[in-house]
Design a binder for this molecule. Structure first.
Ligand SMILES: C[S@@+](CC[C@H](N)C(=O)[O-])C[C@H]1O[C@@H](n2cnc3c(N)ncnc32)[C@H](O)[C@@H]1O
Length: 194
């Protein structure tokens, strides 16, 4: 069914509206891509130095990813860490089973290239389920990431404090959340990137 809108010209005959629609439709998408690229670059240039400066090659590096989705960022982290560490342990938490499966398929390709061994635990549930039900919530991690996911996980300060308590000494947390939505007042004695 089509609805006739008076005076509405086809987009191809209306460059100004074409530009506006294009901008609105793709701005968010392109912004996300730019952010992702910057984050990956930041990880390679800064976070890798922080981690490798403290944790030796012989260490089994452990990563906890909260709300990983399809794991775009965490996949990059694993790939970069693979250049330095031969053994890694990756815990991925997300209530969306399909997304977790996509991440799993991608990580399988890293395992099959033989550069390192990555043992994985796929936690299909929310962060609070993980914290209450999983023995792995009692472990300390070298790297904890939460990319665009903490706003789903309840009170930000509480969640942040819980995650910080799961960091190894000199471990790193990488958190990305919507600008302006949260303020972090709490100073923690560990390294954190927001
Ligand atoms: C905006 S997406 C971000 C996904 C991914 N980190 C990325 O940057 O592409 C938010 C993710 O958080 C997950 N999520 C929703 N509620 C959650 C919760 N309570 N605990 C953990 N993850 C949650 C969703 O399933 C989704 O994959």
């Amino acid at each position: 069914m089509s609805v006739a809108v008076p005076n509405l010209k086809p987009l191809t005959e209306d460059p100004e509206r074409y530009e506006e629609v294009f901008y609105k439709a793709f701005f968010k998408v392109s912004q996300t891509d730019v952010l992702l690229e910057k984050l990956n670059q930041f990880f390679d240039e800064k976070v890798m130095d922080l981690l490798t400066g403290v944790f030796g090659r012989e260490e089994v590096v452990s990563l906890l990813g909260v709300g990983v989705g399809e794991g775009h960022t965490e996949f990059h982290f694993l790939k970069s860490l693979q250049t330095h560490y031969s053994s890694m342990c990756n815990i991925a938490v997300d209530p969306n089973e399909g997304m977790l499966q996509t991440f799993k398929t991608r990580v399988d390709t890293l395992n099959s290239d033989g550069k390192s061994s990555i043992s994985c635990h796929w936690i299909n549930g929310s962060l609070s389920q993980f914290l209450t039900d999983s023995p792995m919530a009692k472990t300390k991690y070298n790297l904890i990431s939460a990319i665009h996911s903490l706003f789903y996980a309840g009170d930000f300060e509480t969640t942040f404090t819980q995650l910080a308590s799961m960091l190894k000494d000199k471990g790193v947390t990488v958190i990305v959340c919507k600008k302006g939505k949260y303020r972090i007042d709490k100073k923690i004695n560990k390294r954190c990137t927001v």
